[in-house]
Design a protein around this ligand. Structure first.
Ligand code: ADP
Ligand code: F6P
Length: 323
């Protein structure tokens, strides 16, 4: 194998750069050149890429975002567009592709393999931690820590003023960020899309803790929640408790920033192992985390399964520890 491509697709996630760096440096040690396609599948379709070498991926391990850009590329859903992209890859001497993204991006990668014979490997990169077959996705740990920082700050002002805060975190169809943030941030309540806790239960629990003298109440709400996100939940709870409140939407702040140690580590192992697998002639796998180790997981299984279910133990813990 002489030349491989790499792209980042879908929403960006902190740690994607660390994965690119690891893939490039592992490849160059094996005498394989790497090109980075710009802005996800859009770069593949347009034949837009940059050469990446050991130096061009220097000083990026600590940077959020992705140096090669990302996008959502609806054109890539068309098999004819994919066939043209594969032909262009071949003409450019690119023999395999590493795709960093979520399950949608992996569907694109598998289609490229099955229809056009391109060898592909996936790395789960999304802050949502909603990819089947891996315990953690690149970016998740950083996103949760960003949300935690905000919650710790809100707690100071909440404790001082008695103000209640509804903090909306990302995750349109996944409550993973909300749940982990709620437990680690000591939230008084959490509302997630997969297991919508009755808002009534949150109200009852807060009423009890207020009676015990608790002043600071943080309620974490996932953006995708049926109740309409934090702006939907807040007035209902605020009115029932007759308590002043504010809504804080963290939004895209969770997508950026310095990746944590965990995200850099997971990304570095993943980038290196993806290249090892491709160089050994394998294709159609994702490097996932299972039992705390990085392993190859068939991409076909990843996309055949729906998002991992909400962690029921963590949900119970969040409820049990609010007091
Ligand atoms: P994520 O990868 O984070 O799940 P998306 O679902 O938005 O994000 O997918 C990212 C991109 O992957 C899409 O814009 C499209 O280019 C490609 N893609 C998604 N689903 C498919 C599919 N079924 N076939 C081919 N390409 C796809
Ligand atoms: O999938 C990652 C994610 O950040 C989700 O948590 C969020 O719902 C979505 O992307 C936001 O996408 P956009 O940047 O297109 O609004």
């Amino acid at each position: 194998m002489k030349r491989i491509g790499i792209l980042t697709s879908g929403g960006d996630a902190p740690g994607m750069n660390a994965a690119i760096r690891a893939a490039v440096r592992t490849a160059t040690r094996k005498g394989i050149a790497v090109v980075g396609y710009l802005d996800g599948y859009s770069g593949l379709v347009r034949g837009a890429f940059v050469e990446l070498d050991d130096r061009s991926v220097g000083n990026i391990i600590q940077r959020g975002g992705t140096i090669i850009g990302t996008s959502r590329c609806p054109e890539f859903l068309d098999p004819e567009v994919r066939a043209r992209a594969a032909n262009q890859m071949r003409a450019d001497g690119v023999e395999a592709l590493i795709v960093i993204g979520g399950d949608g991006s992996f569907r694109g990668a598998l289609a490229l393999q099955d229809e056009c014979g391109v060898a592909v490997a996936g790395l789960p990169g999304t802050i949502d931690n909603d990819v089947w077959g891996t315990e953690e996705t690149i970016g998740f740990d950083t996103a949760v820590n960003t949300a935690l920082l905000a919650i710790d700050q809100l707690r100071d002002t909440g404790e001082s003023t008695g103000m209640m805060f509804f903090v909306e975190v990302m995750g349109r169809t996944s409550g993973a960020i909300a749940l982990h943030t709620a437990v680690a941030g000591g939230a008084a309540g959490v509302v997630v899309p997969e297991a919508q806790e009755e808002i009534g239960q949150v109200i009852d629990r807060i009423r009890e803790t207020m009676a015990k003298g608790k002043r600071s109440h943080i309620i974490v709400v996932a953006e995708g929640d049926e109740a309409g996100g934090a702006f939907g939940v807040a007035p209902v709870v605020g009115k029932a408790l007759d308590r002043p409140y504010r809504v804080v939407v963290l939004g895209h702040t969770q997508r950026g920033g310095r990746p944590t140690m965990r995200d850099r580590l997971v990304a570095s192992e993943g980038g290196a192992l993806a290249v090892d697998g491709l160089a050994a002639g394998r294709s159609g796998f994702m490097i996932g985390r299972q039992g705390g180790r990085s392993v190859e997981v068939p991409l076909r299984e990843v996309v055949a399964n729906v998002h991992p279910p909400v962690n029921a133990d963590l949900l119970r813990l969040a409820q049990q520890l609010s007091g």
